[in-house]
Write a protein that binds this ligand. Structure first.
Ligand code: MTE
Ligand code: MO
Length: 383
């Protein structure tokens, strides 16, 4: 594979793997802005970044179990109603490095920043499918299509040089409320190469792996996508499963992600001055569930204070869809007094009353996905 034509990247990104390029911003950058800048948005790739230079000729073919397969050019996509959806994308491998400290896991190591919040601009997949004769809220086409597969242009070694791919249920793809996008913009400007130029899928509320970049084709299929990243990766196994006894067919591809929160204003270990410190971070849940509460403790979880929450600076967050960005993260902030060396902990609760697990050991899995355990940082009072 050829990595000689990679795009330029911001020098502040922490590179977790060079080829394919995988990098995340410093934690503090995440909480400096509700909308993550494109430069600081994590980059998660499985192969070289493809080059699409003839936008006039670029097209997405829509095929499979439909009556009239079609090729869609960018102008067809641009002609559809444009939506701007603020949605947080999180890699299932976010916080994997911390999980690997329990026991080794397989995969690129990530600190806490394999996540970002962007305003994605594009056409809704439901409108695209309607152009092709599939009505809204369809769970099966007359020819038995039940899933929508997205195939990329890129080439990955896990697919033996074939493209990255994934699928979602047709019922989700044709649900206007699910806000699944074919996005051509990120934060008001055309997608850059790293994030999927010229067109990517954004599936809000589920793990980032299903938001296929550099879209090449859409296939309406009967069974979920049989690609590597759906069937042999991104599945959640119990702690007893290891590489000798793993049976991939026993588990479904991970889609939804659970409640997560992370402290971003502090590193793993900090030397601070005696007195008040600000604990600030992000909280997000899958499925469009809102954030009900974030609790912060300075005594390893013996006592807790409730953090304030907001999306727009200065405006308290209310977990209802009328006044919040339902697919987007929520920032939390608490001022605490740290009298001496302490472990500061944060845990969030979503609107379904789901709570993060206390310890990473209890959710350890061999692929190191979905580390959503209580986030802990250590503070030492110095001079
Ligand atoms: N799409 C393609 N074509 N190739 C990829 O390697 N990586 C996936 C997803 N879509 C990937 C892809 C994964 S695992 C994640 S977490 C997100 O893209 C990352 O998107 P980003 O790089 O824009 O942050
Ligand atoms: Mo990912």
């Amino acid at each position: 594979s050829d990595y000689s034509q990679e795009p330029p990247r911001h020098p502040c990104l922490k590179i977790n793997a060079k080829e394919p390029f995988n990098a995340e911003p410093p934690r503090s950058a995440l909480v400096s802005s509700y909308v993550t800048s494109v430069d600081f948005f994590y980059k998660r790739n499985h192969g070289p970044i493809p080059i699409v230079d003839d936008i006039e000729r670029y097209c997405v073919s829509v095929t499979g179990l439909i009556d009239h397969p079609k090729q869609l050019f960018m102008k067809d996509i641009w002609n559809l109603p444009k939506y701007n959806i603020t949605a947080t994308l999180q890699c299932a491998g976010n916080r994997r490095t911390a999980m690997s400290k329990t026991r080794t896991v397989k995969g690129v190591g990530w600190d806490v920043s394999a996540i970002g919040n962007a305003v994605w601009g594009g056409a809704k997949l439901v409108d695209v499918l309607e152009l092709l004769g599939i009505p809204k809220l369809t769970s099966a086409t007359s020819s038995g299509g039940k899933h929508v597969e997205f195939v990329s242009i890129d080439k990955c070694k896990e697919e033996n040089g074939g493209p990255y791919k994934a699928s979602i249920p047709l019922s989700q793809a044709t649900n206007p409320e699910a806000d699944v996008l074919l996005a051509y913009e990120m934060n008001g400007v055309p997608l850059n190469r790293d994030h999927g130029y010229p067109l990517r899928v954004v599936v809000p509320g589920i793990i980032g792996a299903r938001s296929v970049k550099w879209l090449d084709s859409i296939n309406i299929i009967a069974e979920e996508c049989q690609g590597f990243f759906m069937q042999k990766d991104y599945k959640m196994f119990p702690p007893s499963v290891n590489w000798d006894n793993i049976d991939w067919s026993t588990r479904r591809p991970q889609m939804d992600f659970p409640i997560q929160c992370v402290i971003c204003s502090l590193e793993d270990v900090n030397i601070v001055k005696h007195g008040k410190i600000t604990v600030k971070g992000y909280a997000v849940s899958g499925g469009g569930r809102g954030i009900e509460r974030v609790d912060v403790s300075i005594d390893r979880g013996r006592t807790w204070v409730e953090a304030s929450r907001y999306q727009k600076a200065g405006i308290p967050y209310i977990a209802d869809n009328a006044s919040s960005d339902k697919w987007a993260w929520v920032f939390f902030e608490a001022n605490v007094d740290v009298p001496m060396t302490a472990e500061i902990v944060a845990k969030a609760v979503d609107t379904a009353a789901n709570v993060q697990p206390e310890n990473v050991e209890t959710i350890w899995n061999l692929r190191g996905i979905l580390n959503t355990s209580w986030h802990r940082v250590c503070v030492r009072v110095g001079h």
